[in-house]
Design a protein around this ligand. Structure first.
Ligand code: SF4
Ligand code: SF4
Length: 185
């Protein structure tokens, strides 16, 4: 290949590159300049799981401490603490485990709220290690009382893994308190 041919080939490749750049430059932006701007189309975004409260008491979770989510989580990132009123420490033999027929990811099927064990339990702690979570959704799908949902927390940042270990019960109460504060202002 002569020098002229090489030059022409180089120029042509430059033109093709500039054509692609020009085309993309004229298209509307589909990204935003975070942190100056934030996206608004987060309706279908799946953030980490969060507890759902009673509508009439936003500080109280719907959770009945059945521990199904803890059992089905393939990554072992959920730890639940609860107790039966009147008992100091929960008796493991009285745990409610209904892990049969757990719906597969993507399935709309959900077990009805039923159990032979109607023991009332109080949730003391619900910790999530978000570092391990694969967002598979099994916990959300298998909760018999729809006490779990995906949060819309898209802008998460931390300095260490510890920053992504959440106390979901505390988060629920903080959300309720800040909503109360906003209403009071
Ligand atoms: S979404 Fe999946 S991995 Fe994450 S906590 Fe739930 S069950 Fe575990
Ligand atoms: S499956 Fe639902 S009700 Fe049962 S412990 Fe988990 S969040 Fe609570």
């Amino acid at each position: 290949m002569t020098t002229i041919q090489k030059t022409l080939k180089g120029l042509w490749s430059l033109i093709v590159g500039l054509k692609v750049t020009g085309k993309e430059f004229c298209r509307p932006w589909i990204t935003v300049h975070y942190p100056r701007q934030e996206v608004s189309n987060l309706d279908s975004y799946r953030g980490h799981i969060d507890l759902v409260p009673f509508p009439e008491d936003p500080r109280k979770p719907l959770c009945i401490v059945c521990r199904r989510c803890e059992e089905v989580c393939p990554s072992g990132c959920i730890r639940i603490e609860g107790h039966v009123p009147g008992e100091e420490k929960e008796n493991p033999a009285r745990r409610l485990l209904l892990i049969s027929d757990v719906p597969l990811p993507g399935s709309a099927a959900r077990e009805p709220v039923c159990s032979a064990d109607k023991t009332l339990r109080v949730l003391d702690g619900f910790s999530l290690n978000y570092n391990l979570c694969s967002l598979c959704g099994l916990c959300v799908q298998s909760c018999p009382v729809s006490s779990l949902t995906f949060s819309g927390d898209v802008y998460l940042a931390g300095r260490s893994r510890k920053d992504f270990e959440y106390d979901l019960l505390q988060r629920l109460r903080m959300r309720a308190d800040s909503a109360n504060l906003r209403e009071a202002v």
